[in-house]
Structure formats: structure tokens, C-alpha cells
Design a binder for this molecule. Sequence first.
Ligand code: PGA
Length: 265
Amino acid sequence: MSQAGGRVPLIAGNWKMNLDHLQAIGLVQKLSWSLKDVKHDFGAVEVAVFPPFTDLRSVQTLVAADKLALRLGAQDVSPNQTGAFTGDVAASFLKKLEVEHVLVGHSERRHGHGEGSDLIARKARAVHAADMIPMICVGETADDLSEHGAASVPLQQLTEVLADLPAGAEFVVAYEPVWAIGSGEAASPEQAEDVCGKLRARISELRGEADADRTRILYGGSVTSLNVAGFLRQANIDGALVGGASLDATEFSRIVQFKKHVTGA
Ligand code: PGA
């Protein structure tokens, strides 16, 4: 089963600043055993992890050695290619580590590091130029929600990033209401679907229907194994970006197996 438009669901674990490289190896081993046990079909539901930079090489080595079907993501990137940018990490370095997706515009970068649309758009461009896929995070704060409703800020944020991304570039969108991140208070599936449907309509306006049909839009914000199925049942939600619950291999593996609990959820 894939979503409309042949989109294969993607479950992505954003570890944030958790787990050193040894703990990362432990988690990935446990996750892969657990998914092997249930004979998880990685072609039917893709699974990606987004470890901290210092863990990427260890996780990549494990994925390659054990031929795991896990995909690798990074949490941030420099907008610049190489050079005198102390502390930054270039997209080309991530590509060499077989990273496929890179988060841009996560609310913890927007709000904790003052990243604005220009910088986020440059980062997305750098990811694309290095032949990886930007995962563009958008979402409204609680204040935005009460002042403008749920969709207006995410639509504006997406429009600003897409303005700078070359035509035909592949990207993923993660709709994450800021008030839902780490709060234990997820959006309702209907509310998330409403915004995700509008985001897809905006992609269609800006890039055409074919791009809108193939682009995966994920929901993020307090996703757990108990609520994931409700989101994935929605026509415009093609996966989940999972923070806290991705740090527990058993729980993340249950989230990956959302199809098993779609009925009756
Ligand atoms: P959460 O985080 O699942 O812990 O709410 C989601 C995210 O920030 O991507």
C-alpha cells in the first residue's frame, strides 16, 4: 500500500542532540533486529534516522556492513560549500557519508538559532546541489495559530524556501506545529490533514501537479505508536517526523509498523 500518487510512506527519526556515537550504534542495532523480527518491508514503508553529526560515520558504517535498508539523514547543514566557516558542516561531507535527507528549517533552528527564510532557503539549495533531498520543516507557533489559524505561516514558510529551489528539485515537507513538538500534545489528524492538503495545493500552484503528487508531506509533533496510524490514514500525510519517540528502538519500530495498527486505531 502506498499513499495517493504512489508516494511511499516515510518514517523519520529525528534524534536531535541525543545519543553519542556508541549509543547510536546500540539503538540502530536494536532497531534493525526488531524490524528484522517482524520482516519489515522497507520498500513499503521507508525508515530514516537523523543522528547528530558526530554519530553519522558510525551509523553509516553499521548500515553498510550489515546491509541495512535504513536511510540516513542529517539535522542541519552549512549553506556554504567549503572554507573558513568554523563549526559548520558542508553538504558535500554529508553526501560522502551516504546521507540522503537533510532537515532544513526545523523549529529548533528557526527559534533557538534565529534562522530565517533566507538562510533556510540557502541551506535547502546547498542540499539539493549536493544531490541530497532537503526535508523542509514548516509549522506555526501557538501564537500564530491563534492569530492567523494553522495554515498561513506554514504556507508562507514553504513558499519562501521553494522560491529559491531549482525547478524539478526533489524535496520532502515536514509539517510540524511548533506547539506540538515535544509537548505530548499532537495535532488532531484532521487538523494536520487540513494543513498538509493546503501545503500540497501550494506545491501544485508553484511547481505543477506532478511535483505536488510525488512530494511526500510528513506530520511531526508528539507522534507516538498510539497516534501515528490516525495521521497516516489521511490522504495528504505520507509519513511522520518523530522526535522523542524515535529514541526508543521498540517504540520507533512500532511506529514504523503503523499499518499493523491502522485498523481499529
Ligand atoms: P517530537 O519532535 O516528536 O519529540 O515532538 C518532533 C520533531 O521535532 O521533529
